[in-house]
Structure formats: structure tokens, C-alpha cells
Design a protein around this ligand. Structure first.
Ligand SMILES: Nc1nc2c(ncn2[C@@H]2O[C@H](COP(=O)(O)OP(=O)(O)O)[C@@H](O)[C@H]2O)c(=O)[nH]1
Ligand SMILES: [Mg+2]
Length: 363
């Protein structure tokens, strides 16, 4: 499934530095025929050490990770919703994403100019959020004009829609994003057609200096704000990530160990985005390839099969499922089968993270 995360933030906070680091990992283009050439769009593999383990057992020739697309969205400044900076161009870019990664500057340095002359990540967040809210308010305003006319005829559904838009506009008037509004499931679903920017799940990336992971008042302030929103914060040092991204695996591990870290900040960003969107991974393994696939948490076996090919979903017969742990402990499918750990699952089976799956289907 194609997942697109938009990187937003004020100018000079480190968006492009982070984007370049994220996308510097080489991806074999032949596996991704739709790999875009747009310099602002990058396809990033989701790191998953389980792939190597199952590939070793299955004797797979190649390893294919699942991926997330990141988009570096520039041009978001104060007044953007009224055409400042790149104006409304960024709105269209954000609208196409599934989630927003909001980069904020938590590093102090005289070398890099801050657009407002000082480092204040909470204010920066408020500036960006307000622009998005204003853009959404304009969208709802247009919808409200239509809804009011339609509601005059007295149709119950039209009246309910108008009342909902009224409430949403009131919420936006307070400067708050839609994702923080209390709505019923039905209301949230019906608002989808408006493609509101502030409805997107959001996480914050706090760009800190090399020694800014602890005792950093800017970072603490971002965390406090995010806690109120129920959002996740991923602290990274973009300039170091850019350096790490240039290293090969062995040097990378050494570099991280020297810094007392076990994984690159980029991996944490990718994983946070994955969780934000309620995604999980299932695996397939054979002599040709070991591969990871993305599905939503709660996906059924036929839906997972459909990720591989629509024919697999249409002709689904059953799934032969081994949990990752059993697969490794029992040395693969054959061992799992003999130990009675290979399960035959039908069309109602809810796929679990790490399932190693073999689909049976009719064509
Ligand atoms: N000191 C320091 N500088 C950084 C860091 N991240 C980015 N920069 C610098 O800040 C400037 C703006 O970064 P850029 O990624 O282009 O910001 P963007 O406008 O948000 O895309 C560049 O000169 C970067 O080298 C960081 O973590 N520490
Ligand atoms: Mg940039």
C-alpha cells in the first residue's frame, strides 16, 4: 500500500537536510517501477531486521523492504494561506499526503538564520498550524455556503451537514486543527470528502543540535505541546543524520555506538510514521525473494493478499501463516509445518504483524 508522508515546517528548520538523509539510501529502482523522479519526493525503505533472518532461512536471492514515500514540502510561511511565500501551492502538496511530519527547529546556532529571528519551536508550530487551520476554514466556509442553501429546503440530512460544518468552523475559529476536534466516527467519515489538511495524522520531528537531546528547553517545550495534542515527538539531529546516511552499514553501527545510540534517528522517524498511520508489516519468503508488505492493522487475509496482487485477493482460497518467531525458531515453513505451527487461515483471518504468509489462490 502506498503511504505518503509530507515533511512540513518553516524555512530553515532542517526539512531538506532531513529529507536528503532519508532518501539517500539507495533503492533498487527495478523493484519500484513507479519510483518518482521528482526531487522533492523520495521512496524510503522501512528498516526491518526480520527480513534478513527469513531470507537466510528461505535462501532468498533478494530482500525487498516495504516502503514509505516522503515529500519535502517547501514554502510554508506565515500568511501562506493568503498567498505568501509559495502561497497555496504547498496546500495541494499536503492534501495529497496520508500524514504530516512537522519539523521544528530546536537547535541554536548563529550560522543559520531563523525566519522570525529567534528559536521558538512552540511559536513556530503555532504559525504553521494556524496557516493550515486558516486554509481549512476557507474550505469549510465554501462548503457552508452550499450547505446553507441546500438546508433551506428542510431536508434532514442537509441540515445535519450544515450543522456539522458550523461546528467545524467554530472549532477552526479557535485556531485548532480538526484532528483535535471531538467528532463521532460517522462525522469524521463524512468530513473526509473535504480533504481537510488538519485532519491528517501528525507527528513532530524536533531537530536538535548534536548535544541537544537532553536538557534542551526547546525540545521540552515541543514535548509538552505534543503531549497535550496526543502527538508523538521524534528528536533527531538532521545534520548528523545527513552524515550517517553517507556511511556504509558497518561504519554506521560504529558511529551510532560511539554516540550511545542503537539506531539512526531516521529509522525512528520512519517507524513513528508507520505507527502514526496504524500500519503493520507481513512477510513473504521464497527462493526468489524475502519481502515485507504494508497493511493496516486489522486487515484480513484476503486484503493482505490484495497487496501482492488483486488476483490473489479475488481468487483467495486460504493463507498458510507462520508467526515470525515460529518461522525463525523452527527453521522455516517446513519445520513450522512439521511442528504444527503453520496455520491454515481463511478469509476472516486478521493478519498480525510479522506473520510469514503463503497465499493459496485460484486464478
Ligand atoms: N547546526 C545545525 N544546522 C542544521 C541542522 N539541520 C539543518 N541545518 C542547517 O540549516 C540550514 C537550513 O536547512 P534546510 O534543511 O535547508 O532547511 P529547510 O528550509 O527546512 O529545508 C542549512 O544550512 C542546514 O545545514 C542541525 O541539526 N544543526
Ligand atoms: Mg528546504
Amino acid at each position: 500500500m502506498e503511504i505518503k508522508v509530507g515533511i512540513v515546517g518553516l524555512p530553515n528548520v532542517g526539512k531538506s537536510t532531513l529529507f536528503n538523509a532519508l532518501t539517500s539510501a539507495e533503492i533498487a529502482a527495478e523493484n519500484y517501477p513507479f519510483c518518482t523522479i521528482d526531487p522533492n519526493v523520495g521512496i524510503v525503505p522501512v528498516p526491518d531486521p526480520r527480513l534478513e533472518a527469513i531470507a537466510a532461512i528461505a535462501g532468498s536471492k533478494s530482500i525487498i523492504p516495504t516502503t514509505i514515500e516522503f515529500v519535502d514540502i517547501a514554502g510554508l510561511v506565515k500568511g501562506a494561506s493568503e498567498g505568501e511565500g509559495l502561497g497555496n501551492q504547498f496546500l495541494a502538496n499536503i492534501r495529497e499526503t496520508d500524514a504530516v511530519a512537522h519539523v521544528v527547529r530546536c537547535f541554536e546556532t548563529d550560522d543559520v538564520v531563523h525566519v522570525d529571528g529567534k528559536v521558538d519551536p512552540v511559536e513556530d508550530i503555532e504559525v504553521i498550524n494556524l496557516e493550515l487551520v486558516l486554509a481549512d476554514l476557507a474550505t469549510v466556509g465554501r462548503g457552508l455556503d452550499r450547505a446553507e442553501r441546500a438546508a433551506r429546503a428542510g431536508d434532514k440530512k442537509e441540515i445535519a451537514w450544515r450543522d456539522l460544518l458550523d461546528r467545524v468552523a467554530e472549532h477552526f475559529d479557535k485556531g485548532l486543527p480538526l484532528r483535535l476536534m471531538e467528532l463521532s466516527k460517522e462525522e469524521r467519515l463524512s468530513l473526509r470528502e473535504l480533504h481537510l489538511l488538519t485532519a491528517k495524522p501528525t507527528l513532530y520531528i524536533a531537530n536538535v543540535s548534536e548535544d541537544g537531546f537532553e536538557a534542551n528547553k526547546h525540545l521540552d517545550a515541543v514535548i509538552a505541546l505534543a503531549n497535550m495534542e496526543g502527538a508523538e515527538v521524534v528528536p533527531v539531529c538532521a545534520s548528523i543524520e545527513a552524515e550517517i546516511a553517507q556511511l556504509d552499514e558497518a561504519d554506521k553501527r560504529e558511529f551510532l555506538a560511539d554516540m550511545g545510540l542503537t539506531e539512526a534517528g531516521l529509522d525512528r522517524v520512519i517507524r513513528a510514521a508507520y505507527h502514526l498511520l496504524n500500519l503493520q508489516t507481513f512477510l513473504t519468503a521464497g527462493p526468489k525473494e524475502a519481502r515485507a508488505w504494508t497493511v493496516r492493522v486489522g486487515a484480513t487475509a484476503p486484503q493482505a493478499a490484495g497487496e501482492i496482487h488483486t488476483d490473489f485477493e479475488r481468487g483467495f482460497i486460504r493463507a498458510e501463516v507462520t508467526s515470525y518467531d515460529d518461522y525463525v525458531a523452527l527453521d522455516g515453513e517446513q519445520g513450522a509445518r512439521e511442528a504444527g505451527k503453520l496455520r491454515l487461515e481463511g478469509k476472516d483471518y486478521i493478519v498480525q504483524d510479522g506473520d510469514v504468509v503463503h497465499f493459496r489462490f485460484n486464478v
